[in-house]
Design a binder for this molecule. Sequence first.
Ligand SMILES: [Zn+2]
Ligand SMILES: [Zn+2]
Length: 449
Amino acid sequence: MDLLIRNGTVIDPSTRVERRADILIIDGKVAVIEEGIAPGSGVDVIDATGMLVAPGLVDMHVHLRDPGQTHKEDITSGTLAAVRGGFTAVACMPNTAPPIDHPTVVEYVKSRARAASCRVFPIAAITKGQVGKELSPIAALAGAGAVALSDDGVSVADAGLLRRAMSYASMFDLPIIEHCEDLAISAGGVMHEGSWSTVLGLRGIPAVSEEAIVARDLLLAEETGARLHVAHVSTAGSVRLIREAKRRGVRVTAEVTPHHLALTDEAVQGFDANVKMNPPLRSATDVEAMCEALIDGTIDAIATDHAPHAPEEKSVEFDAAPFGIVGLETALGVAWTVLVHSGLLSPVEALRKMSAVPATILNIPGGGLRPGESADLVVIDPERRWTVDPASFASKSRNTPFQGRTLTGKAVITLVGGVIKHDELTDDGVRGSGLGVRETMQVGDTVVE
Ligand SMILES: [Zn+2]
Ligand SMILES: [Zn+2]
């Protein structure tokens, strides 16, 4: 079905162009972007007055739990959660069961992804079984379609092995994505080590457990010339190290999660396991440093680290609960509320960090709006106020720290390949051809959350 999205503010983060325009979609591809396109017959019309129309969001760090832990999430539910959140592409981490450390598992993910709601790009393990002893078959994994390498969940503890992995990864231009944590320093910790961990009597995870590995990995990337991507940066010290490395030309990129920007370790005082994640929520000083790093480009991308866990796994005492929270369905709202409405980032910059930049890091399509490209788009209502209700999530899991929070900004339509995968503007099913019925509707007033 051909589609015309009219009267929106069209944002192309790849070129930083923002303008009033219509977008005509024919055969699943962007055909024309210009003002005042007349709808031809048989073209469905969406009135995007007051809305932003942008390339679909790209999440470079999600855990889809498939294969092996599909009671938490699977590729179907995880990608449904993704399109609800405005994402049209996700890259999934390899800590599945079995892990994505063999081309057959890459193939499995790709085959399941064919029926998924959005595009899925597998990240393969750096080491076999992610146990840090032996390198995965990197050439074969690259050949099968892995877009990056990571042992996320842990760092590669053996620096010699990581150095070899970096050398191999460079041959295929694959980034190495590191979860930076020195387990010898963090072992047994459940929250950020600081005044709150002392007050609450919980074992801390010191900032230096992250920074020590960031420093080591930056040196290895500098020496090997490999592309290093630091996952979920959480401390001011990591920011300082990455900023300094970028200045001297190290090929490093970095991401931060929405929750590490929106919350501090103070949130742990309720002992809610839904604020337990790794890296942990840090201090207000760390949050401030990461916001500055987003503004000056030290931190390149925003990624969710969507980490579903079943309710029975999280409904235990804080110490015993697993690390991780879901993020796909709240990321845009949290980012818009914390970064855009606060004036820290412009809409274009926020969208760059959630689409064009991660797509570039992973060398996958996305983040731009050009005629001829697949119509992977999101329509955002930047002023929509909504309250997070985990019961309404498409994800199989509910582990969010944002339950009950009112956010401003929401993905209201998501298109993948020109097909509507998520639609909150036209939930009443009204769908006309030509000058459609929707043109007379007051966009934003018609939807009940
Ligand atoms: Zn991690
Ligand atoms: Zn992760």
